[in-house]
Design a protein around this ligand. Structure first.
Ligand code: AMP
Length: 428
């Protein structure tokens, strides 16, 4: 037992799990590239003010979940990033990435929130996200949703997910809606729980998010944003819905969807699943046209989303465990002695150069172990072939190949013929 353990809610991703992550990451990276998004990597630590300003003071994240600490060397407060958008917008502004032009970015990496650890909820978790700046129209929204839809398809998860959509309207509409909500919930003040009372004063939209069963009926009958939408917002949202229908992406309209963060307006969405228990949200996003200006930039329309990688990996494991596995080695190299081992190094180096697809392992120990024990390790490695170099083969410029996964006679090849044999054998 080690003297130290990982912090609760912050998990090691072990080698026997990493292939699920790499599988997912490869798909995400490829999709981002296909649609012309550029990767951005921002620091894990930002000044605390950035998150307070962007996420909003009256949100769970800022009120209770941020890992915030005093910089020991300078008089300032720092925070481990709890979400990706704020840092991304900060970087976009700092480097003028969206100044008088559009910019489409993606990122992937860890985030930190001090939540109660449970299944699907960690304190360090990972997100894949995209952000687009300078595009006010619903086509960019449809594009991001179709990218996610492709991801589900490529991961074999389409029948496990559901898209929920809503619009929050313009900032003005949201303000009017907010006032109507306050009036409405004031009438039920005595029924509200402590959390909702606090939200009533500060961020009444978030009462709609409440999971408290006792409040569900009151919430169900609360005014809906639809009554407050301006015509431009209605057209915008209707066009997005048309794109989705046209692209055959199923969705449901959820007028109660509000999202926890302050900065959203117009379109918002969430992908959910019924297959992960209580933590059903796989990812979410929306339009945040006011955020760039809030951080000191020119008014810039923006739209983005983030998907939670842990939950996607969990779904992948549940549904496709037997189809996704780490790539096995092609060749395991066995030698009889020190001189043979040296020669084997050269052969393996040459093969790695000429056939870079090959995964080649070497048995260490300079040939001191018996062939029998080396074969055992070769077999355990999962390799398809064992390359065997004994003194006799070495002196004749040959190499013996044993087929570890098929019932076939061991064969001798000259060093020069090995490459073409491998090309044929693995169909490279
Ligand atoms: P949010 O930034 O809160 O909208 O979260 C976007 C997605 O990130 C969620 O839908 C989850 O899939 C994932 N997520 C958020 N918080 C956590 C967490 N504490 N642990 C694991 N995944 C999370």
């Amino acid at each position: 037992m080690s003297l130290f353990q990982a912090i609760r809610g912050m998990h090691d991703i072990l080698p026997n799990q990493i292939h699920f992550w790499q599988y997912l990451e490869d798909k995400m990276r490829h999709l981002a590239n296909q649609y012309g998004y550029e990767e951005i990597r921002t620091p894990l630590v930002e000044t605390t003010g950035l998150f307070k300003r962007t996420i909003g003071e009256v949100t769970d994240i800022v009120e209770k979940e941020m890992y915030t600490f005093q910089d020991r060397h300078e008089d300032r407060s720092l925070t481990l990033r709890p979400e990706g958008t704020a840092g991304c917008v900060r970087a976009v502004l700092e480097h003028s990435l969206a100044y008088n032009k559009t910019s489409k970015l993606w990122y992937m990496g860890p985030l930190f929130r001090h939540e109660k650890p449970q299944r699907g909820r960690c304190r360090q978790f990972h997100q894949f996200g995209m952000e687009a700046f300078g595009i006010p129209t619903p086509d960019i929204e449809a594009e991001m949703l179709v990218i996610i839809w492709h991801l589900w398809q490529q991961l074999g998860l389409r029948d496990k997910v559901q898209l929920e959509l809503n619009t929050l309207g313009s900032v003005n509409a949201r303000q009017a809606y907010r006032e109507a909500l306050v009036q409405y919930f004031e009438r039920y003040r005595s029924d509200l729980d402590e959390d909702s009372l606090r939200r009533l004063a500060l961020n009444p939209l978030r009462i709609l998010d409440s999971k408290n069963p006792a409040l569900q009926e009151i919430i169900l009958n609360a005014p809906k944003i639809q009554a407050f939408l301006e015509p431009a917002s209605e057209i915008h949202f209707a066009q997005l819905c048309e794109y989705l229908q046209h692209l055959n992406i199923p969705f449901i309209l959820n007028p109660r969807l509000v999202r926890g963060l302050d900065y959203y307006c117009e379109t918002i969405f969430e992908w959910t699943t019924q297959h992960l228990g209580a933590q059903s949200a796989l990812g979410a996003g929306g339009r945040y046209d006011g955020l760039v200006e809030l951080l000191g930039g020119q008014p810039t329309p923006a739209f983005g989303f983030a998907l939670g990688c842990e939950r996607i990996v969990e779904l992948l494991k549940d549904t496709h465990e037997s189809e996704i596995f780490p790539p096995k080695p092609h060749i395991y190299c066995i030698s009889q002695n020190y001189a043979c081992q040296q020669e084997m190094f050269l052969i393996a180096e040459h093969l790695r150069d000429t056939l870079p697809q090959l995964k080649i392992l070497i048995h260490y120990g300079q040939g001191s172990a018996s062939f029998k024990s080396q074969f055992k390790k070769a077999d355990q490695s999962g390799a398809a072939l064992a390359f065997i170099l004994g003194q006799e083969e070495k002196s004749k410029g040959l190499i013996a190949i044993k087929f570890l996964r098929e019932n076939r006679e061991q064969q001798l090849y000259s060093k020069t013929d090995v490459t073409s044999f491998l090309r044929d054998y693995f169909s490279f």
